[in-house]
Design a protein around this ligand. Sequence first.
Ligand code: ADP
Ligand code: MG
Ligand code: MG
Ligand code: MG
Ligand code: MG
Ligand code: MG
Length: 669
Amino acid sequence: MGLLQLGTPLAWPEAKQAANQVREWGIEQLLTIWRKAKVKERDALLWGDEIEYLVVAMDDKEEKVRLSLCQADVLKKLADDHDLAKQDTLVPDLQDNTIRSGTLPTFHPEFGRFMLEATPGKPWGIGFKDLLDVESDMKNRRVIAKQHMDPDQYPITLTTFPRLGTRDDYITPYYPPSGPALRSQFVPDEIANPHIRFPTLAANIRSRRGRKVELNVPVFKDKSTPSPFHDPTVNYDLHIWPEDDDVRNGAAKQDCVYMDAMAFGMGSCCLQITFQAKNIREGRTLYDQLSPLGPVLLALTAATPIYKGFLVDTDVRWNQISRAVDDRTPGELGEKPLKNDRWRIPKSRYASNSTYIAQDPRLRPEYMDPNLIVDERLKQKLVDGGMDDLLATHFAHLFIRDPLVIFSEDLLVLDPEGSNHFENIQSTNWQHMRFKPPPPDADIGWRVEFRSMEIQITDFENAAFAIFIVLVTRAILSFDLNFYIPIPRTTENMETAHTRDAVMKEKFWFRKDPFPRRSPKASPMLKGVNASKESLGAVDDEYRLMTIDEIINGISSSSSEEEDYFPGLIPLVESYLDSVNIDVTTRCELARYLDLIRNRANGTLWTGAKWIREFVRSHPEYKHDSEVSEHVVYDLFRAVDDIGKNEGKDKTVGWEMLTATERQKGLDD
Ligand code: ADP
Ligand code: MG
Ligand code: MG
Ligand code: MG
Ligand code: MG
Ligand code: MG
């Protein structure tokens, strides 16, 4: 999350008053950026990953792990370390993979005061050799982060802290709930980055909604879990803030773990990949073609089975973040008649995508979201400014949202060459794909960000997923692949990805034939003509339900009906690798990563979610009542740290070994 400049933030309702001005100015800035950048050609194929860490403090005496609110200290130590640039390779077992010279990683703040983000010092290039540097670069980032922490502090790549929001002292330094910004009964305001942007964001989401955010995650019903389950940590007798009434008005749902603050969502760590395309056309293609892969990669990277000290019945973070920043009013949610707001809005501003944007003859109108809400007036401005209908629709959809954090200084004069107002809306639309226009002040091209993946415990896994997605984009562009399915199917797949063990147990909508057969008629989409009725059946015939194994590893035609053949993403990547010149060593190195994806998809290797869940369930102190105690969490973090250490010692992967061992136990559900 990029920090916008400091200033005087407006509280809601003043911000609400200025919303139209920000949107108008944002659209003007967008038009300027677009006019300048739409002709950009031949930008390099670059890409970069983002790794997010929780920082914890291990208390080995008490055998307790706490979230450490040390983000600012660590970032300061990193900034002050002038010798860092002189350091040579930091990961001794990967001597052959030295850090690219002069490219120390970059560290960034994040929402949680216990979080850190690290990116490569400069984006990766197209070369295969670069792919082989990713894992060691990620390892180096972790080593550098650790070097700038206290000895008891560790950067950990788990998506969430399992006991965030419990009644014990799970943070250090300790602050009790609750504060004026979040008004949470579980977490203090000090849990968030103190930069004024973050408390303002949280407070204005809450004010706009008219109540606190509401996260209810179904509890995992184990043998001894009370049924019905009522979250025992909820306090119904608080009378500090008006929002304390939320729980008395039924905010906490039966059989769910209840949470009430932005930190429970935006305090999660993920793995994001950004690609630069050679021009806007290619960027629009990548945006569309990667979109249907979002839910599949979410399920494959599932790593989030615990919230607020309880095992839950879902495996991923996504919906929790979605609810943690859901600023929709009761009218927009459809709970009350619309009074002051303009639309019923089907999705949170953190949600799966609702638009396709490629000027591709294969994009049929039937693929578009029939429930798309668009600000028609702003769309008209974009169209009048020369933008095509499809792209104007995309941005006019993002611009249905109110700006949440407005600095009064920014409202004085419009900088038409700037991007602050545009980015205000753009960067608070957290969809699973993001189309990033070039910043006005840098020589950067059109970029597409893939945002659904969960952070993985080891850098080997994080590298594997990053590399896999990179290779998939190469296959998409090289073979002109077609993964289009109707957007509502992707929305549905996103829900499916939440199911416990979705990788093994669920099926996802996916396109049957990814090869580039052009649709027979000239595209009605580009002309803005509506779907003709007779073509609707044909569209539904283009996709079907597949398991993740089928999507990733394919369905051979010999083992099934010719009808059912699907090549699979890994075989497509392999064909792409066959089609380009790479040396045997590189190919073998890449195979290690592709094997992880292949084996994750076919169930040979477990997801992080499954491993964590079974770690808890097989712990001698676990009472099979869904509660994950402080001591179990301490052991979990010890185990996670050990996996990382083993991974560093030899080139075989600790994670894989551990997973395989755990697997032998064969715990049943
Ligand atoms: P955000 O948090 O807004 O998504 P960040 O700046 O944190 O963006 O990181 C985005 C990623 O994009 C980083 O890995 C960075 O290395 C990478 N990146 C930077 N410039 C480019 C570029 N021109 N093309 C592709 N990736 C880039
Ligand atoms: Mg981030
Ligand atoms: Mg970032
Ligand atoms: Mg950023
Ligand atoms: Mg190197
Ligand atoms: Mg990002």
